[in-house]
Ligand binder design. Sequence first.
Ligand code: COI
Length: 356
Amino acid sequence: MNQVIEFIKSDRLKEKPDLESLGFGKHFTDHMFILDYNKVQGWHSPRIVPFEPLVLSPSAMVFHYGQAIFEGLKAYKTNDGRTLLFRPDKNIERLNRSCERMCIPPIAPDLVLEAIVRLVEVERDWIPNKEGTSLYIRPFIIATEPYLGVRPASEYKFMIILSPVGAYYSGRQLVPVKIYVEDEYVRAVPGGVGHVKTSGNYAASLYAQKKAEELGYDQVLWLDGKENKYVEEVGSMNIFFKINGEVYTPKLNGSILSGITRDSVIQLVKDWGVPVHEERISIEDIFNAYKNGELEEVFGTGTAAVISPVGELKWNEHKMLLNNSETGEFSKKLYETITNIQYGKAEDKFGWTKEV
Ligand code: COI
């Protein structure tokens, strides 16, 4: 069923932030999208309304049992003034996979896409046009039913908010990050929810992230939750290793998030004729490759992080310094290729961008 999106324009438009100091996720646009769910009406009443605080019952189930999921994608401004989204269909597919695992009713993909497109159109003036900046799109769903028994809620809100952003790390793109390999705490276990984008995964990561930061590291590299041996993912991104001219990344195993940038990088690298291996990778194998001088580059991939070179990996007493802690040529080439597609500067031969 086609639903008409109502629009209530804000009468208090905000001042736009300074593009030099955008950072990540600090500023929000003038409007947001809301869609409600209840058992009688299903998903209903789509609307774009002024960005403002929500009124929820303190007994809303999301506060107690964490039934919440989210997505992240970006809108880019091209040099000739067009607006491009990057693979929104993939985010929408993943949103519905997260819904299924978290017992949230799925939403018609066409309605989600229309909501994203309409909201971005309304907020077009908020898309920053300085290099390395974009408009981050954050769709999310929360359980709103007021109830304290443990079961899937019968009422939800799906919302989309927008935030003009710069680099996720350190205010600058392509600055190598330092990563701490976590060998005590785990992020996800087989059969759990690590493969979907549910808020609890991020809450569970905070303790180890805090510990890593206290030790001077930017992010945690998680090992598998069963044997604590195999590389899984980094806090906010998937991870890749370039070893002896070939590229390796952990195979999606049910506890790793299937990143859309991860998938795009795999397709790009294969297209360049460089072999890509998606397989189980032990941290010991990575250390051995390092000792033998075969570990050429390590980088993370994510919507927020784009391509993020890793300058140092710390595992137990071992410190692996990569590429003199400088951005490697391969990471740089990938960053340039993918961002050139995203900003409409290069041919989009995979059909990844959608003009809005
Ligand atoms: C994204 O890259 O969009 C993410 O969702 C990571 C986020 C936790 C900052």
